[in-house]
Design a protein around this ligand. Structure first.
Ligand code: ZN
Length: 215
């Protein structure tokens, strides 16, 4: 993203990102800026040349954004719960997400499919996408991200079953190291009856896999 349209702000010391829900405290933007400047110097760049002058500040704001989930309260993410006697599968497919691999601080991104089989409580559909976003916005591994989404739905809704499937491209695999562009990583977390019943699991996985053409 170009810096052109970005809002100019005051000195770093005055722009600490405020904590949203008392989660992980404030982001120390000034510290990120110092670190980014040191990295540029360490690789042999001149951090004061025109193109790089605002880069450390931009990186500070970027990290505050991509790690914003650390400062949110997980217990508030699925707060809008309704009592409803619906006992069939609820599935939200193709939720785009991006996260940061904690081993390299490089992005991994793809799609999440989130399903649950309610017992007596349902949650606003958009909150399922919100749960994905909440856990994606922190240093992550895809395996843990998948489990955290499933566990939050399990503990908040006490549903009969949960299934979360994530498929993602990891830029730490495509642009460095083994350099395997086009590869994707699929992880799944199954809970309750979706884990224990082959028929139910196959129904959910079939729905996730189906190419819908309703519109
Ligand atoms: Zn990595």
């Amino acid at each position: 993203m170009s810096g052109e349209g970005e809002r100019r702000r005051g000195p770093a010391s005055e722009r600490k990102q405020s904590a949203e829900n008392g989660g992980g405290g404030e982001v120390d933007l000034a510290k990120i800026e110092r670190a980014a400047r040191m990295i540029l110097e360490a690789v042999g760049e001149d951090p004061d040349r025109e193109g790089l002058r605002d880069t450390p500040a931009r990186i500070g704001r970027m990290y505050a954004e991509v790690f914003s989930g650390l400062r949110e309260d997980s217990s508030q993410v699925l707060s809008t719960v309704f009592t409803e006697e619906y006992d069939e599968i609820v599935l939200v497919k193709d939720i785009p997400f991006s996260s940061m691999c904690e081993h390299h601080l490089l992005p991994f991104f793809g799609k999440a499919h989130v399903a649950y089989l309610p017992r007596s409580k349902i949650v606003g559909i958009s909150k399922l996408a919100r749960a994905v976003e909440h856990f994606a916005k922190r240093p992550q591994v895809q395996e843990r991200l998948t489990n955290q989404i499933a566990d939050l739905i399990s503990s908040t809704l006490n549903p009969r079953g949960v299934a979360v499937v994530l498929e993602a491209t990891h830029t730490c695999m495509t642009m460095r190291g083994v350099k395997k562009p086009g590869s994707s990583v699929v992880t799944s977390a199954m809970r309750g009856v979706i884990r224990n019943s082959v028929a139910t699991r196959n129904e959910v996985l079939g729905l996730m896999d189906r190419k819908t053409s309703l519109i």
